[in-house]
Design a protein around this ligand. Structure first.
Ligand code: ATP
Ligand code: MG
Length: 392
């Protein structure tokens, strides 16, 4: 079967010293999984590069877009392998270039050459010059532009063969999923939490989610929106389990028995407690939230201290020091923004106090909370969970 070659480069994985074989093995598995729909795909490492061979009928765009979504991948480029003979390299480079011209409006090019195999008799600048000459001969419409070429063609002469490739498509970098434990994201339908989940997963952390609603105050549609967001994330991470919990019984107790201006904070403390219990039950070692210092009343430094004090599990807040505009840009980049801005109610907005406390004191909050049967409420909420598995 005819196959097309792609070269996949890893970013930080290459820096992992003794653990490198482990990271490389997992990254290889992740890339293979991402394109498993194409039968008979082969992938292997050779001297720090991953060579992926996919049946030629697989659309190039699709293969690339799936590979660049794999965390740990720095760049991907379509490539061809050539025998280590300058005429073969020139001929294949010319064919490769012609294929590009047939599909894109390309007028200028330049060749860059690298000779890792120093036994190859021609030095790099001369390889570039000769291959450039042969491409010019083969592709009559092309001109050389060494400063701003439309396409930069690279020739890489290595021990086992020569490779010709063009522009690298950038991936997200990071580390392969599953190399850094598992975390529980508190997932709302907003802009921030999907970005927070993405950022932790990009560092190799597997993700499970918990979502709170206040049905019937919040609608079924609001939950579907959250599922749509998780589906976008599943495009990077594979299927994601989401624990869904109705927070309304707890919210009603708080509204009935506690000071109005503390409602949001008290609700958030319950969210953390419940999330921690569910995280423990499901092998998650950390909680993750989309909180961002100072963004809203419940995210002031004082409020965060008050929220954290009910759990012992570490709480990761990967967005803590980002500006909202940058979080929004990130959300656009990963494809969650347009879903997040759809206007559906969230459980946090259901009983929103008019003037929430912004500088809460822990002892006062604890006092307000002491009238509630905290353990019972948490237990009932955890027991009422529904689990949905969201696939790509
Ligand atoms: P987001 O854009 O992520 O909704 P936000 O700026 O609206 O964040 P809050 O509503 O205060 O801020 O929520 C802060 C964090 O608390 C969220 O990022 C999320 O991790 C968690 N959270 C909020 N609402 C929910 C919910 N309904 N279910 C689960 N987690 C939630
Ligand atoms: Mg929110």
């Amino acid at each position: 079967m005819k196959k097309n070659l792609y070269i996949v480069r890893c970013g930080e994985v290459a820096l992992k010293g003794m653990n490198r074989p482990y990271f490389e093995r997992i990254l290889l598995e992740r890339v293979k999984k991402a394109i498993e729909e194409y039968d008979e795909t082969e992938a292997s490492w050779k001297d720090g590069l991953m060579f992926v061979r996919v049946p030629a009928n697989a659309p190039e765009d699709d293969v690339i877009s799936k590979c660049v979504r794999v965390f740990g991948v720095a760049t991907v480029s379509p490539a061809v392998q050539a025998p280590k003979d300058i005429n073969d390299i020139g001929r294949l480079a010319s064919d490769f270039m012609q294929k590009i011209i047939d599909e894109e409006d390309v007028k200028t090019f330049k060749v860059r050459a690298k000779r890792a195999d120093k036994t190859f008799p021609i030095e790099s600048p001369e390889i570039a010059r000769q291959v450039g000459g042969m491409v010019l001969k083969g592709c009559k419409t092309l001109e050389v532009d060494v400063h701003r070429p439309d396409v930069e063609l690279s020739v890489d002469v290595r021990r086992e063969a020569a490779y010709i490739y063009r522009d690298k498509v950038k991936g997200f970098g990071g580390l392969p999923l599953g190399t850094n434990g598992k975390g529980m994201i508190l997932m709302s339908g907003g802009i921030d939490s999907p970005v927070a989940a993405f950022m932790m997963a990009k560092r190799g952390m597997s993700i499970e989610a918990v979502h709170f609603h206040s049905y019937p105050y919040t609608s079924q549609r609001a939950q579907e929106k959250v599922e749509e967001l998780v589906k976008v994330l599943a495009g990077y991470m594979g299927s994601i389990r989401m624990h869904v919990i109705n927070l309304l019984p707890i919210q009603e107790e708080i509204v009935k028995n506690c000071p109005e201006d503390e409602t949001t904070l008290l609700v958030r403390r319950f969210m953390m407690r419940i999330a921690e219990k569910i995280a423990e039950k499901n092998g998650c070692m950390m909680l993750i939230t989309g909180e961002d210092l100072g963004q809203v009343a419940s995210q002031t430094a004082e409020a965060l201290v008050v929220t954290d004090s009910v759990v012992t599990m570490p709480v990761m807040r990967p967005l803590i020091a980002m500006d909202k505009v940058d979080i929004m840009d990130k959300a656009r980049e990963i494809g969650t923004y347009d879903i997040s801005i759809q206007p559906y109610e969230d459980c946090c907005t259901v009983f929103l106090p008019k003037h929430p406390v912004t500088k809460p004191k822990l002892h006062r909050i604890e006092k307000s909370e002491s009238v509630l049967k905290v353990d019972e409420l948490v237990k009932a909420a955890v027991e009422s969970e529904e689990i949905v598995t969201i696939n790509l």
